[in-house]
Design a binder for this molecule. Sequence first.
Ligand code: GDP
Length: 339
Amino acid sequence: MSKRVSKAARSTGNVLAICGGVGGGKLALGLYLTLAPQRLIVAVNTGDDFEHLGLSISPDVDTVLYTLAGVADRERGWGRARETWNFMAALGEMGGETWFQLGDRDLAIHVERTRFLREGKTLSDFIAHAARQLGISARIMPMTDDNVRTFVEIDGGELPFQRYFVERRCAPAVRALRFAGAERARPTTKLLETLADPALRAVVICPSNPYLSIGPFLAMPELRQALAHSRAPVIVVSPIIAGQAVKGPTAKIMTELGIPVTNESIAARYRGLADGLVIDNRDSNEAAGLDLPVLVTRTRMLDLADRKRLAQEVITFADEVAARENAVSSRRHAGGRRA
Ligand code: GDP
């Protein structure tokens, strides 16, 4: 697939980030602070969404919104900073379900989203509204406005995603994942338009869980096809460092599914879609064995400076990959003319 991105697109084009919640959100923030904010488009996983206590909840979307708005709780890793828990305490006193924590401040976004959706508006409408209210100038969108719901197959049954992730704390061994509704779901029109934009500078698949967070995207046939046909370079940032996930169940799930916890497995996961892979310095020995262009750098993002530096490096790498492919395709073109 040739990636003809013009020089002009390289200096002014948009960047699409595809991500889940916490890990992906870190790099999305780096991109937001590095690029002109209106150049960044973020498409977020909605496979984790669910209905709970009568509310429509979109955990990854909210993590990205809170992160870009600078109101996320960095210590806890989810929810809002300066949170209080009066509602949860009162709910417990009422004998209500308390396995999924909803902070008092956080509650507002779920109540508002539920109201929007009940009025017949879309999740895209709500996210655009919430981003505006939170003062975010990047465009944030869900991967789809249709219902896609992740289910985790375990021994003897199946769990809805949040029951597995939050209530059971990822303890049961994963035998398979199912993304109910994905076959028929349409990616949002804006997402498809972005992928088809000839001036799109890069697609960055953030270091999100490739199975739980990116899996729902890839389970939508139309999205897979649009990604494969995008003329922009598709760069994957690996969530695996030295055979481990930085956080969360990525490595555990890979082991349970019989997949070696290596960057080669990450490359294989995105084969036919990715044009470049970014791996950590600690895995430099794996670079030579990978069958696509690789950038080896520090991918661990501890502070804001790490997020910005990695974002800048990923964009520079994307431009290099696009230029290399340009050179290859024009050489091929010239060769064809001579023949
Ligand atoms: P979730 O939806 O909130 O679970 O978050 P994501 O799916 O977006 O991110 C989870 C993944 O992020 C895990 O596989 C982690 O290994 C990865 N991750 C978290 N922080 C970092 C980091 O600083 N660097 C890299 N390379 N990966 C990270």
